[in-house]
Design a protein around this ligand. Structure first.
Ligand code: MG
Length: 362
């Protein structure tokens, strides 16, 4: 089989108002759709995304250099193509636009491989389980009024059977964060898991103070307390507080995570299956984590995360942020707090024509 063409589209999809000017400075997410065509009639669909910046550059990189590099190659050589692309594109950068572009291709190639073999992706990767429990992040945006946060959290845990909820902390003041956690604990009960996320905005002493103050609410993890450029700062924080640390949603490739995993600086690694370079790179990261006794709980991208989390021994959760579910022709199955691996061939990442018509940027 040979790749005959690669086509892309750029979409801007709106985000919730509670996020705008908080952790997101743009009112939309950027999605670059990737369609890989072959000479045997099988078409692969992937996508990549950003929080609002770089989408045009990613689209151009795929349309020009990546397309030139891949026309004529066998799309089922998925791992070889991943390594080839990430090396050939090194002068465009080892992170960001380059890796995000390569990730969109990687997903489309796994889609082709799965269809060609006629088996679901998780059966090709090798399955440990059929479903993964979810926690929800969609109650915890810092811009939500506290009553709405509690009501959303109650619905997610009581009705949708989520394990628990994650809230953003570190912006409103320590006692406000404590008050929000107390209300959640009261509303959700002792069995619900609570997660807190500082989105890298703290420094080491502030993170230690926050961790010590909030640990009475039985917090499962503190996510991205400080800049990811300060790995050893994570070690210092972890030595001082009882709440385990999680990080990794902003890693681009396995080498970004190396020091964290090798030195076990955090308890949980959250490598995003797209930002880290696609399924191929993500599986390498997960394997490295497993060798070091670290559990993985990836950021966002639940439609792909549900597949790969079924295929590693050290999987923890899927993060429930269902923003893109409505855009897929064949979204993943979620039920009673679990995300399910797909049972048909293909990755299921083809967007509906109506989503494309609504959100495509010309
Ligand atoms: Mg986060």
């Amino acid at each position: 089989m040979k790749i005959t063409n690669i086509r892309t589209k750029l979409l801007h999809t709106p985000v919730e108002t509670a996020l705008i000017n908080q952790t997101k400075s743009r009112a939309y997410m950027e999605i670059v759709l990737v369609k890989v065509e072959t000479d045997e009639g099988i078409t692969g669909y992937g996508y990549t995304y950003t929080d609002g910046f770089g989408g045009h550059a990613i689209k151009t990189l795929i349309d020009t250099d990546i397309c030139t590099l891949l026309i004529g190659k066998d799309p089922t050589d998925v791992r070889a193509i991943s390594a080839f692309l990430l090396w050939e594109l090194r002068q465009a950068g080892f992170a960001g636009v380059t890796v995000l572009g390569a990730a969109g291709i990687d997903l489309a190639l796994w889609d082709i491989y799965s269809q060609a073999v006629g088996r679901p992706v998780c059966e090709i990767l090798g399955k440990y389980r059929d479903r993964v429990p979810m926690y929800a992040s969609v109650a915890g945006w810092i811009g939500l009024p506290v009553e709405e946060m509690v009501e959303r959290a109650r619905q997610l845990v009581a009705d949708k059977k989520m394990l628990g909820v994650k809230i953003q902390v570190g912006r409103a003041g320590l006692e406000t964060d404590a008050m929000r956690l107390e209300k959640l604990r009261l509303a959700l009960g002792q069995d619900a898991k609570l997660f807190i996320d500082a989105n890298t905005i703290l420094d080491v002493p502030t993170a230690i103070r926050l961790g010590k103050r909030l640990q009475e609410y039985d917090v499962f993890w503190l996510e991205e307390p400080i800049s990811l450029r300060d790995p050893q700062g994570h070690r210092i924080i972890a030595e001082q507080i009882d709440i385990p640390l999680a990080t990794g949603e902003n890693f681009f490739g396995i080498h970004d995570c190396d020091e964290y995993i090798r030195d076990r600086l955090v308890r949980y690694i959250q490598a995003d299956v797209i930002r880290v370079g696609g399924i191929t790179e993500w599986m390498r990261v997960a394997g490295y984590c497993d060798a070091q006794g670290i559990r993985v709980s990836p950021h966002f991208v639940m439609e792909v995360t549900a597949q790969v989390q079924c295929c590693v021994p050290n999987a923890l959760f899927v993060e429930y942020i269902p923003w893109f579910q409505q855009f897929f022709e064949d979204p993943i199955r979620t039920e009673d707090g679990f995300a399910y691996a797909r049972t048909k061939p293909g990755l299921g990442l083809k967007f509906t024509q109506s989503a494309i018509d609504r959100f495509e940027v010309q």
